[in-house]
Write a protein that binds this ligand. Structure first.
Ligand code: EPU
Length: 425
């Protein structure tokens, strides 16, 4: 496990091009097994979760090849297994999405229980209940799930919570076949819309309405080769906005879409951060940008509750806590999605932070932090500690920094390119 060393940064200036989205590309890579053909994915981020997904694809007979820096080709013509059980499956949450994709392609799937960041219990009961309703027999064998489609059944599924993963799995499992499936209370995260766009390009029939998604199954031979460009990562963009807000400076985030991160931008605006953007719907995502300007030390009294899109994302809760802990703030953060997402607070407290956790609420009173040795417990906690370290007096060393590479292509390159002082030790 690598460690990152960070010195305090007073002013950041320049521009960063925001990488492709992790949570968009991972289900799309799972979906490439469905067409039994070629998929070319552009703007694919070079992150460890992508590398692990490639290993899973290879383990079931798919051929993968980087055709340039960020373009990946997946050929699923020679898929020869419906079982995803290699070690990589247990390293990521998104591996469970192979279940839906393989049920579409092979009518059966075996999938080890997924792993991923230890941010909560993260059950898959909604995925399983939906599959059963769709005519898919699901056996929990203690190590994972075995799924067999015994019937192509029209059905209406209402999720008790708009789960991102469950929505993705249901969509994928419904693409091939002679059934029509409706999903109500579906997740409205931008990643869901992108997955549907990818599948429609492949030949899938999906109708997205305000209240439901309707998937009309098609015959396998209706699906074709597909070429698709992944949008920029809204969580990475919002993280870098918080980095600048904490250090002061003037930075342009290229290929960043303000419409996908308004809840994060609104908190910064209420603290006096100047944010300009161009997210005109008519322009390509590469031309969109966000400019963040901060002259004074950030000062804010406020509160926020995490929620499904378009509410404040749980993935930004750790970066937010770190930003608030090191500035002139009094802030209350309520976490509604994952019960272990406050673990990072103990690391910030080592740096001198004043944070009290009660149930699912964190009360933060900002003060000057000081650098010390801290541990990243998950991907977003790692990103939060980078924000804390950039504002802290002296040197901060983040251990277990490998977590950060699950979702950030090169946080060191990006932050140093705007004047930060951060490196691997
Ligand atoms: N849930 C259940 N049962 C289920 C499924 C979910 O109770 O069958 C609960 C979860 O425990 C959680 C809530 O529903 O309390 C939301 O979970 P969801 O299924 O929406 O999350 P996910 O699909 O596991 C994705 C992202 C997460 C992100 C969440 C919420 C991917 C690969 N992961 O996870 O991203 O936090 O949606 O937006 O897309 C990250 O990027 O760091 C990350 C953890």
């Amino acid at each position: 496990m690598s460690a990152i060393s960070i010195e305090k940064s007073e002013k950041l200036e320049g521009k960063i091009r925001v990488q492709g989205s992790k949570n968009e590309v991972l289900p799309i890579l799972c979906a490439t097994v469905i067409n039994g053909n070629i998929s070319i994915i552009h703007n694919c981020p070079r992150i460890s979760d992508v590398y692990n997904t490639i290993k899973i694809l290879n383990s079931i007979g798919c051929k993968t090849e980087w055709i340039d820096d960020n373009s990946l080709m997946v050929n699923s013509r020679n898929l020869n297994d419906y079982r995803v059980t290699c070690n990589c499956v247990r390293m990521m949450r998104s591996s469970i999405i192979f279940a839906g994709a393989l049920v579409s392609r092979c009518k059966q799937a075996v999938c080890s229980y997924p792993g991923g960041c230890v941010i909560g219990e993260r059950p898959i009961d909604m995925h399983i209940a939906a599959f059963r309703k769709m005519g898919i027999k699901v056996i929990n064998n203690g190590k994972g799930i075995e799924c067999i489609r015994y019937k192509e059944k029209n059905c209406k599924i209402r999720l008790r919570f708009p789960s991102v993963g469950a929505t993705e799995n249901i969509i994928l499992a419904s693409i091939i076949g002679n059934q029509t499936v409706y999903i109500y209370n579906y997740a409205k995260e931008p990643e869901i819309i992108s997955l549907c766009s990818f599948l429609i390009k492949m030949g899938g029939i999906i109708d997205i309405r305000k209240d439901y998604i309707k998937i009309s199954g098609v015959k396998k031979n209706c699906l074709k080769n597909v070429e698709y460009c992944i949008d920029s990562d809204r969580i990475v963009a919002a993280t870098y906005m918080f980095v600048v807000a904490g250090c002061k400076g003037d930075v342009v985030l290229e290929a960043a879409d303000i419409d996908k991160l308004r809840a994060s931008a609104d908190i910064l605006k209420s603290a006096g951060v100047l944010i300009n953007s161009d997210s005109n719907k008519g322009i390509a995502f590469e031309k969109k940008y966000i400019r963040i300007k901060m002259k004074e030390k950030l000062s804010l009294k406020g509160k926020v509750t995490t929620g499904p899109f378009p509410y404040f994302p749980t993935d930004m809760q750790s970066p937010l806590m770190a930003l608030m802990a090191g500035n002139n703030t009094e802030f209350l953060c309520k976490e509604t999605m994952f019960e272990n997402r406050f673990k990072m607070a103990n690391e910030l407290i080592k740096m001198g932070a004043d944070i009290i956790i009660k149930d699912n609420k964190a009360y933060i009173k900002g003060k000057q932090l000081h650098g010390c040795r801290v541990n990243a417990s998950d991907l977003r906690a790692g990103a939060g500690l980078v924000i804390a370290g950039l504002g802290a007096e002296g040197r901060t060393v983040i251990q277990h920094a490998d977590y950060i590479y699950r979702g950030y292509e090169d946080i060191i390159r990006d932050i140093n390119s705007i004047g930060g002082n951060i490196h691997i030790v």
